[in-house]
Design a protein around this ligand. Structure first.
Ligand SMILES: C[S@@+](CC[C@H](N)C(=O)[O-])C[C@H]1O[C@@H](n2cnc3c(N)ncnc32)[C@H](O)[C@@H]1O
Length: 502
């Protein structure tokens, strides 16, 4: 049975449940009770809309609360993430079938319609089951009032496939607007991604990137290096026995497809961690030129501690010291926890604004500024984030990014290395930041970050991070832009700067 067949089979089984209920009930009592998996998705959408919650944090708690079995949990996950991810496209389709503006609908009703649309258009749920179960959810959670509207709208939506709706709605649109609707991204994000791809000589790859943003990311693992208890080597070996595959790109990294990560040896101790390979790679690259005795390292924006944990483990191995910094107290706690498997003499943690790091009165030999950013390179992980961000966020973030670079440059030792990193490929946060930093700091020189990435990589990884053939300008040529559709990582940006020796 192929994957598609299996999905259809599962879908049919689920639909049979819906239809049995339908045929046994009097019409007024049809689907009065909400199906638990759909109810979980509905609750998560409400938390995302009302409390600005992150779906990836709320969903597991809701699944546990509803005591869903594995199959229902998978259904709830696909429904939640899919409805959030494609929200803009579903709203456009729903807008064609509702007799008023969507903003005039009660938010819970709109959320229910989005859930219904996702089941109808992307989940292969039978039309009757998708409509009846959504109407049941509405009756159970909102009341009978809007159930007629939900029933009528979803029936109309279900008359065409996703492809048909999108073909029809994009017929008169320009290229960017059409791609935005087809791949469910805001138009301004598509423009920003197109510009960033073009700067790297990859202008033709826009549709591939947008499609990759809509696929679930693989789970990447890191085994922290050094003499930890257990060691990273031991825990990676156990992970491989449990089905993980060692990365072809980077030592110490593995890819895990399926299964319960929490049960893998080393996870409870914090030695085996989930971390995007791009993130691991950049942290390692910063440590690739020979580490001298007594070096001091700084992670200026450390929360929640992914890169800091790896850097601290490397610092312990080299017998040098990492200063981690994070202003938000609850994120600083996460950093503390992430660093806890590494011997305490290798690191310390400051809870404070990175812009005041000069207060420590210390110079650092290697600094990473993994700056707060729009996160447009990590859209795969946060299904709601693309619709939450707005271009106006950029103004505030880019000012903060520049101030953090300046603060880092101020405490960078002569000959020291400064890594500027974002999980966004937006040019205002990447190339423009680096160009501006170079013009503000005459003592900073831009190094070719590809060489440092290649230095720490396994052979096929080194091949993968070769500089682009047609970058636009020196900064684009010397900085690394990772992409989900090419590297299988988040779209992280990495620039490496060196301060002039005295
Ligand atoms: C992209 S995240 C860093 C991710 C982290 N390096 C990791 O690998 O897990 C950016 C971090 O910068 C922090 N931040 C925000 N404003 C800051 C400031 N003024 N100074 C330093 N860090 C700041 C955020 O709280 C957030 O934890």
């Amino acid at each position: 049975m192929s994957r598609d067949d299996r999905r259809n089979h599962k879908g049919r089984q689920r639909n049979r449940g819906g239809q049995r209920q339908f045929s046994r009930s009097a019409p007024s009592q049809r689907s009065r009770r909400a199906d638990p998996a759909r109810l979980v998705a509905f609750r998560v959408l409400r938390a995302v809309a009302l409390d600005d919650a992150y779906a990836n944090l709320v969903l597991p708690a809701e699944i546990r609360r509803a005591k869903l079995d594995k199959r229902d949990a998978a259904f709830a996950t696909e429904l939640t993430y899919g409805a959030l991810r494609a929200q803009g496209t579903y709203d456009t389709i729903l807008g064609q079938n509702v007799d008023r503006k969507l903003t005039e609908l009660d938010p819970p009703v709109l959320n229910a319609l989005r859930l219904g649309a996702h089941q109808l258009l992307q989940m292969r749920v039978d039309t009757h089951a998708a409509v009846n179960e959504t109407v049941g959810l509405v009756r159970d959670q909102i009341g009978t009032g809007p159930s007629g509207l939900v029933n009528a709208v979803l029936r109309k939506v279900g008359e065409k496939s996703y492809q048909q709706w999108v073909d029809e709605l994009t017929a008169d649109l320009g290229e960017v607007e059409a791609l935005a609707l087809r791949h469910a991204h805001p138009t301004w994000v598509v423009r920003a991604l197109r510009q960033a791809l073009k700067a790297q000589g990859r202008g033709e790859e826009l549709a591939e990137l947008l499609a990759a943003d809509n696929a679930a990311p693989e789970v990447h693992l890191v085994g922290l290096p050094g003499e930890l208890e257990p060691t990273g080597y031991e825990v990676l070996t156990s992970a491989v026995e449990a089905g993980a595959q060692l990365s072809e790109y980077l030592e110490g990294a593995a890819v895990f497809r399926g299964g319960d990560i929490g049960r893998l040896p080393g996870v409870a101790e914090g030695v085996l961690r989930v971390q995007d390979i791009g993130s691991q790679w950049i942290a390692q690259a910063l440590t690739s030129p020979t580490v001298g005795p007594g070096e001091r390292w700084l992670d200026l924006c450390a929360g929640p501690g992914g890169k800091a944990a790896l850097l601290a483990a490397l610092a312990a191995e080299y017998e040098v010291h990492l200063q981690a910094n994070e202003p938000t107290p609850h994120r600083a706690e996460l950093v503390q926890k992430a660093l806890s498997p590494v011997p305490q003499q290798a690191w310390s943690l400051r809870t404070g604004d990175g812009r005041t790091i000069g207060e420590l009165d210390t110079d650092f030999d290697r600094i990473i500024v993994d700056a707060p950013c729009t996160g447009l390179g990590a859209l795969r992980r946060r299904p709601e984030s693309r619709w939450r961000r707005t271009p106006s966020d950029l103004a505030e973030l880019t000012v903060l990014q520049a101030e953090l670079i300046d603060a880092a440059a101020g405490v960078l030792a002569p000959d020291g290395l400064l890594a500027y990193v974002t999980c966004s490929p937006h040019m205002a946060e990447t190339l423009v930041q680096v160009e501006d930093a170079l013009s503000r700091h005459a003592d900073l020189e831009l190094l070719d970050a590809h060489e440092f990435m290649a230095e720490v990589a396994l052979p096929s990884g080194a091949e993968l991070v070769q500089p682009q053939q047609n970058p636009t300008g020196e900064v684009a040529a010397k900085t690394v832009q990772l992409w989900p559709h090419i590297h299988g990582t988040d779209a992280m940006f990495f620039a490496l700067l060196r301060k002039a020796p005295v």
